[in-house]
Design a protein around this ligand. Structure first.
Ligand code: PLP
Length: 376
C-alpha cells in the first residue's frame, strides 16, 4: 500500500498553481477583504452576549440529531422567525448550507427525474444534483433559452436550481424569468440565496424580497446563516409539504447532529438586527459604489456585479496567487479564487466588502490594487 499516487497528484497541483493551503488569519494586523460577514454581525456585541448566555443555559452541544432529542426551543423559535422573515409557511434548519443543498435536492428528485443547474452554481448544488441520480443538466450561465430547450425534452419531476447572488461572480440570477419558465414547464424552482440574505431587499430578505417573489414563485428557498447573519448553519423555507418531505427524507437532516442551540439563539439576535438596522445595508451600498467607481477610474478588471462580492478577473492562477500574496504583504487580505472553483483561465481576486470597512479602507485597497496590478 502506498500514497505515491496522491503525492504525484499533489505535486501536479503545485505545478499548475492550483495548490490550496490554509492561512492563519489575524485580522488585527490586516484589513480583511475576503470575509462573507457582510453586515459585521459575527463580531456584534449583542449577538456575542446572546450566544454566551445561551451557552450558559443550554450548554454547548445539542447532543443529538433533530429527530432524536437535539431539537430545542431555540431551534423551534428560530425556524418560526425565519418562516415569517422569508414570508414562507415554514422553515427548517440544517447544520450547514452544503448539507441543506445536497439533502434537499436528493429528497426532491431521483432516477427518472430531471435537475437543471446554472453552470456557475455553488459546488454544493452541483454535488446535490449529481448525487441525486436524476438526469443532471447544466445550462450556460443565466442562459434561459438553453434552459427552455432542455426543459422541453424532460420528463418526470423537473427541478431548476440556481444561486441567487452567484458566489464567485457577485451577479444575480434572472429570477423573475426563471420563476415564469418554471411555471410554464411545471418545474420546481430552488434558489440558494446564501449571499443575498441580509444584504438585498428592504428588510434583508434577499433577492426574493427585492424582486417581490412569493412562495408560489420560488417554492424552495435556501439561505445560510454563516454569511451576513454572522453565525453558522442554514435553512430551507417553503410550504408545509416541502418541509415535511425534507424532515421525512433529507438524509443530511436526519443523520446529523443538530446545530448547537446557542448558535440558534445567537442567530435569533442577529436576525433582529438584520431586519431593524437598515443602515448596515445602506452603508454597504455606499462602499460598493465607492469601490466600483474607483475601480472603473483605475481601469481595474472589474466584473459585472452590484453585490458586495466584487471580483477582479486576473485569468492566470499563478498571477492571482502572487497578487493575493503581495496584497497580504501590503496589509490586505484578499483571496485568489482558482479552478476548479471557477472556470479555467478565469482565476480572480475575490474582494468582498463589509459594513466593518470605512471609506479610507476602500481607498487604500484601490491604491494598492492599482499599484500591484500595473507591475508584473
Ligand atoms: C457558502 C455557500 C454555501 C454553503 O453554505 P455553508 O453553510 O458554508 O455550508 C452554499 N451555497 C452558496 C451559494 C454559498 O455561497
Amino acid at each position: 500500500m502506498t500514497f505515491l499516487k496522491y503525492t504525484i497528484q499533489l505535486e501536479t497541483l503545485k505545478a499548475q498553481g492550483l495548490y490550496r493551503s490554509h492561512r492563519i488569519i489575524d485580522d488585527k494586523t490586516v484589513l480583511n477583504f475576503c470575509s462573507n460577514d457582510y453586515l459585521g454581525l459575527a463580531k456584534n456585541e449583542t449577538v456575542i452576549s446572546t450566544f454566551k448566555n445561551a451557552a450558559d443555559s443550554y450548554g454547548v452541544g445539542s447532543g443529538s440529531a433533530h429527530l432524536i432529542c437535539g431539537h430545542s426551543l431555540a431551534h423551534h423559535a428560530l425556524e418560526e422567525e425565519l418562516a415569517e422573515f422569508t414570508g414562507r409557511e415554514r422553515a427548517l434548519l440544517f447544520s450547514t448550507g452544503y448539507m441543506a443543498n445536497v439533502g434537499t435536492i436528493n429528497a426532491l428528485v431521483q432516477r427518472g427525474d430531471f435537475v437543471f443547474e446554472d453552470k456557475l452554481n455553488h459546488a454544493s448544488l452541483l454535488d446535490g444534483g449529481l448525487s441525486s441520480g436524476a438526469n443532471f443538466k447544466r445550462y450556460p450561465h443565466a442562459d434561459l433559452e438553453r434552459l427552455e430547450k432542455l426543459l422541453s425534452i424532460a420528463s418526470g419531476q423537473k427541478l431548476i436550481v440556481t444561486d441567487g447572488v452567484f458566489s464567485m461572480d457577485g451577479d444575480v440570477a434572472p429570477l423573475r424569468k426563471l420563476a415564469i419558465l418554471a411555471k410554464q414547464n411545471a418545474a420546481l424552482l430552488m434558489v440558494d440565496d446564501a449571499h443575498g440574505f441580509g444584504v438585498l431587499g428592504k428588510t434583508g430578505g434577499g433577492l426574493v424580497e427585492e424582486l417581490n417573489l412569493t412562495q408560489e414563485d420560488v417554492p424552495i428557498l435556501m439561505g445560510t446563516l454563516g454569511k451576513a447573519f454572522g453565525t453558522f448553519g442554514a435553512f430551507i423555507a417553503g410550504s408545509e409539504t416541502l418541509i415535511e418531505t425534507l424532515i421525512q427524507s433529507a438524509r443530511t437532516y436526519i443523520y446529523t447532529t443538530a446545530l448547537p442551540p446557542a448558535i440558534a439563539e445567537a442567530t435569533r439576535a442577529s436576525l433582529k438586527i438584520v431586519i431593524a438596522e437598515t443602515w448596515r445595508r445602506e452603508k454597504l451600498q455606499v462602499l460598493i459604489s465607492q469601490f466600483k467607481t474607483g475601480a472603473v477610474q483605475l481601469n481595474l478588471p472589474l466584473m459585472p456585479s452590484d453585490s458586495p462580492i466584487q471580483p477582479l478577473l486576473i485569468g492566470d492562477s499563478f498571477r492571482a496567487t502572487e497578487l493575493s500574496q503581495q496584497l497580504l504583504e501590503a496589509g490586505f487580505l484578499v483571496s485568489a479564487i482558482r479552478p476548479p472553483t471557477v472556470p479555467k483561465n478565469k482565476a480572480r481576486l475575490r474582494i468582498t466588502l463589509s459594513v466593518l470597512h470605512e471609506f479610507e479602507d476602500v481607498t487604500r485597497l484601490l491604491e494598492a490594487l492599482d499599484r500591484l496590478l500595473k507591475c508584473g
